[in-house]
Write a protein that binds this ligand. Structure first.
Ligand code: ZN
Length: 369
């Protein structure tokens, strides 16, 4: 396993041949890229067709996050990105898109439609930059129930623009025992609630990634009947924040493995971690970062954590640190701009899959059952 270092990136550029794009493999490979509490998850089907979900942060972080995504792209031997899903219009999900599009062709742009939340960066991006990008390619506004055509995979959109599928996916539709105890949170008027969520099936392997979908929308999707069914792999929603990841979702999915794309001080709060850790069939939680909001008390062993920080202290405190009061006076989160590592999943059609931490090489295989 090559680490996502700059050297690895250069080396990968030298050794990748253009023919690699069409070389069929045996596994569905998934790279969960560290974009510091944003999202960038790259799926490469056995046919060589690729789908990137989200493009990390923009502004001063755009070059860094595009570099990190390209390291995974090169490791996978891709010469283009066939499909790009932007789950919603928040800067940690679309931020590095233009920077990335300068480095590799993107053929198909998929999103939930217009933003419901006016913010200077996304308003400008959606007015000028995004139309210029998809104008040279293809754009799809996805609705719940839509299929995204990727050879070798069954890719289903289950939420988009605040709506959820009404017809259960094949094999799903059972009652959800977690609905009765569910307590709603405040209505979320932001883009998070609009997230384009996906369920991906490869043979007997199933995974769910719902972007930053929030608590009440999880209920709408999963109650009174569970329209997704169970999955092997759950991408923890919303970086592991407790305004997402209700039991109606995280427990009803009965995933064997969860992967959390969190930041150094984003996601991993005790309330979310208590729910995730107590999911009924969960064997392991893997984290893209340690989080100060977890402390050792709520986090997993370092073996399962892919990234540290630039100025790493000798020890992590046991107690979870509370988040600082919001506002411009808040101290900055611990910085991580140095070498970054992905968590990679390789899934087999029989449902077995292997998860690898690129920082330390630790790897674990979950056999089909
Ligand atoms: Zn986010």
């Amino acid at each position: 396993m090559r680490a996502a270092t700059f050297c690895g990136f250069v080396l990968a550029l030298l050794v990748v041949s253009p023919a690699a794009q069409t070389r069929p493999g045996k596994t569905l490979d998934i790279y969960v890229v560290d974009v510091e509490g944003g999202n960038a998850t790259l799926f490469v089907s056995p046919s060589g067709e690729s789908l990137l979900m989200d493009t990390g942060n923009g502004g001063a972080a755009a070059a860094r996050d595009a570099d990190r995504i390209m390291a995974a792209v090169n490791d996978a031997g891709l010469t283009r990105i066939d499909h790009l899903i932007t789950t919603h219009w928040h800067g940690d999900h679309f931020g590095a898109m233009a920077e990335l599009a300068n480095r590799i062709p993107i053929r198909h742009f998929i999103d939930h439609g217009p933003s419901v939340q006016s913010q200077p960066a996304s308003d400008l991006f959606l007015k000028d930059t995004y139309p210029a990008l998809y104008g040279k390619a293809k754009r799809t506004i996805a609705k719940p129930g839509d299929r995204i055509p990727i050879a070798g995979l069954d890719w289903r959109v289950v939420t988009s623009a605040g709506q959820a599928i009404q017809t259960p996916l094949p094999g799903a539709g059972q009652g959800n025992p977690y609905c009765r105890a569910h307590k709603p949170q405040d209505v979320d008027p932001t883009e998070n609630a609009q997230s384009l969520g996906s369920v991906i099936t490869f043979g007997r392997f199933r995974a769910a990634h719902l972007g930053d979908l929030t608590w009440n929308k999880e209920f709408d999707l999963m109650c009174p009947t569970n329209r997704i069914g169970t999955v092997d792999l759950f991408f923890v929603s919303h970086h592991g924040q407790p305004i997402s990841n209700a039991e109606v979702l995280t427990h009803a999915l009965q995933s064997r493995v969860a992967i959390m794309n969190n930041g150094t001080r984003k996601g991993g709060q005790p309330a979310a971690m208590q729910i995730i850790h107590s999911a009924p069939r969960l064997e392991d939680l893997w984290q893209v970062h340690f989080s100060t909001l977890s402390g050792q008390e709520y986090t997993v062993p370092g073996l399962f954590i892919a990234n540290l920080i630039d100025d790493q202290p000798a020890a992590m405190p046991v107690a979870a640190m509370p988040p600082p009061p919001p506002g411009p006076g808040a101290p900055p989160a611990p910085v991580h701009n140095g070498p970054a590592y992905w968590i990679k999943v390789s899934a087999q059609p029989d449902g077995s899959f292997t998860v690898t931490n690129a920082r330390n090489g630790f790897s674990k295989t979950y056999r089909s059952n």
